[in-house]
Structures are given as structure tokens and as C-alpha cells.
Design a protein around this ligand. Structure first.
Ligand code: PTJ
Length: 250
């Protein structure tokens, strides 16, 4: 049992948040994460705190819209970075199996050591879950157009040819580049103001593990895509933050 499990009592009001933080810390020790992964996570935590650490109604609608577009897609792919795999690798493999699509490890800070650790972790989870999800990213043979350096590397039978991509915690440049390639980009990001949230086709302002669990429930229901207004949904998330903040001092 780790220090956190010993020290943090399950009755602690922020127990779940602390246990999610623990998952990130453990993945860091295993060499799966970028050096800045904790900083990115902390930024997410701050927004989640403001959202009340819950799935707000506009985020549930956005998740349903993403589920609908993934179900409709001709060639969907789940693009996974270090934080997403650390926090919800198991859930994303389950979603890929529901959709019968691959996952692709696509990381911003690409090193052979990290790729090896992330591939090994997903393969272990695939076996543990009794799944046979195709795990791409290890042998890139194509590039995301307009992105220089290792962060543009991708696989032709994955991200490059996909029509619809789910991107948790994506960076703004890559999100824009994928949209410019004509893809539907479904973003998971707790920051409603980020370039990814604003630039994607559908921005889900919610914590990645909650979104993954909600998608697992929604995908079998085969929801229908709508005429999605992304700006309106992001505005609803911002309104939720400002209203709930002012209510606290009322
Ligand atoms: O694994 P790599 O190399 O691809 O690197 C991944 C990180 C996350 C380090 C890299 O993409 C990065 O630096 O990200 P940013 O630019 O800091 O953006 C991270 C975004 O994700 C921020 O807008 C956070 O609010 C958001 N975020 C952080 N944790 C979560 C989250 N959104 C949803 N769920 C979270 N748990």
C-alpha cells in the first residue's frame, strides 16, 4: 500500500481527486509521463475544482455528442497521450473495443523510453481485460500535416487516415492541425478556454476519467449526432463556473 493510501482516509472530502493524483504520480515513477505532466494535471485540477468535481449538464451533452460521432464514424481512432493512459487507459481500451477501432499512442514529448513504457502498459491492460484492441503509435509512418518534429509523427492506418479522433488533453497546435486535415476532433479538456476546447469539433469540459466512464455507458445506446454548437457548450461551462462561484458567497 502506498503512502497516499495509508495517509488519506476515504472520508476525506477530496479523496477521489487525491486518488486520481496518485495514479499520475505512479505513472511518473514508471516512466510513462512527460516531465510537465504534473503541471498539466494541476491545471486540470484547478478547473475541476471550479466545476465542483462533477460532470456538469453541458459536459454530459458534449460527451453524448462525442459518443454519437464516434459511433457514426467510418474510421474512428482514440489518440492517447501519457496522462490519458495513466488516468484512464483501461477505460479507453474498453471504448475502443466497443467501437472496434484502434487506439494510437500520440505524445507531445516523444522518447523511445516513454513510448516503450506506454506500449507495455496498454498491452498489459489489454491482456488483463481479455481484449484484443489494436495499439498503434509504435511504428509511425506518416505525419500530421503542418507539425514539425516528433510530435507530428503518427501512423497511416491510425490518426492519419481517421475521420474522427478522440483527443484527451490535446495541445492546441495539434488539435488545429487535425481539424485542418478535415477530421472531426473530439476534445476532452477541463479548460473551456483552451485552444483545443475552442478549436475542436466538440469540446468536453470534464475530467478524463469521468468522460471515459460516461462514454462506456453512452456508446451502446447509439445516440444520434446533432447540429452541435461548440461555442454555446463552452459558454455554458464558463457560465457554470462563474455562477457557482458567485453563489458560494451569496
Ligand atoms: O504525454 P505527452 O507527451 O503528450 O504530454 C502530455 C501533456 C499533458 C504534458 C501535454 O499535452 C501538455 O503540456 O498539456 P497542456 O498544454 O498543459 O494542456 C493540458 C490540458 O489538459 C489543460 O488545459 C488542462 O486543463 C487539461 N487537463 C489536465 N488534466 C486533465 C485535463 N483535462 C481533463 N482531465 C484531466 N484529468
Amino acid at each position: 500500500m502506498s503512502d497516499e493510501e495509508n495517509i488519506v482516509d476515504p472520508s476525506h472530502p477530496r479523496y477521489e481527486s487525491l486518488m486520481i493524483r496518485k495514479k499520475v504520480a505512479e505513472a511518473g515513477v514508471k516512466g510513462m509521463l512527460a516531465d510537465s505532466a504534473m503541471i498539466a494535471h494541476g491545471r486540470g485540477e484547478a478547473f475541476d475544482y471550479l466545476l465542483g468535481e462533477q460532470t456538469i449538464p453541458s459536459a454530459r451533452e458534449a460527451t453524448k455528442e462525442a459518443a454519437a460521432r464516434l459511433v457514426r464514424a467510418r474510421k474512428p481512432v482514440l489518440s492517447l497521450n501519457g496522462n490519458a493512459i495513466a488516468l484512464a487507459g483501461q477505460e479507453f481500451l474498453t471504448i475502443a473495443s466497443q467501437l472496434d477501432c484502434p487506439v494510437e499512442i500520440n505524445i507531445f514529448y516523444r522518447t523511445p523510453e516513454r513510448m516503450g513504457a506506454l506500449l507495455g502498459h496498454l498491452k498489459m491492460l489489454n491482456t488483463k481485460l481479455g481484449l484484443d484492441v489494436e495499439i498503434l503509435g509504435g511504428v509511425p509512418d506518416a505525419r500530421i500535416e503542418g507539425l514539425e518534429g516528433p510530435r507530428g509523427a503518427c501512423q497511416s492506418n491510425g490518426i492519419f487516415e481517421a475521420d474522427t479522433i478522440l483527443v484527451p488533453l490535446e495541445d492546441g497546435d495539434r488539435c488545429e492541425a487535425l481539424v485542418a486535415m478535415g477530421k472531426e476532433v473530439l476534445v476532452i479538456d477541463l479548460n473551456p478556454l483552451s485552444r483545443s476546447s475552442r478549436g475542436g469539433t466538440v469540446g468536453i469540459v470534464d475530467e478524463v476519467t469521468r468522460v471515459a466512464k460516461n462514454l462506456i455507458q453512452m456508446i451502446p445506446q447509439k445516440p444520434q449526432p446533432t447540429d452541435w454548437n461548440n461555442n454555446q457548450a463552452l459558454q455554458a461551462a464558463l457560465n457554470h463556473i462563474t455562477t457557482s462561484m458567485s453563489d458560494r458567497f451569496a
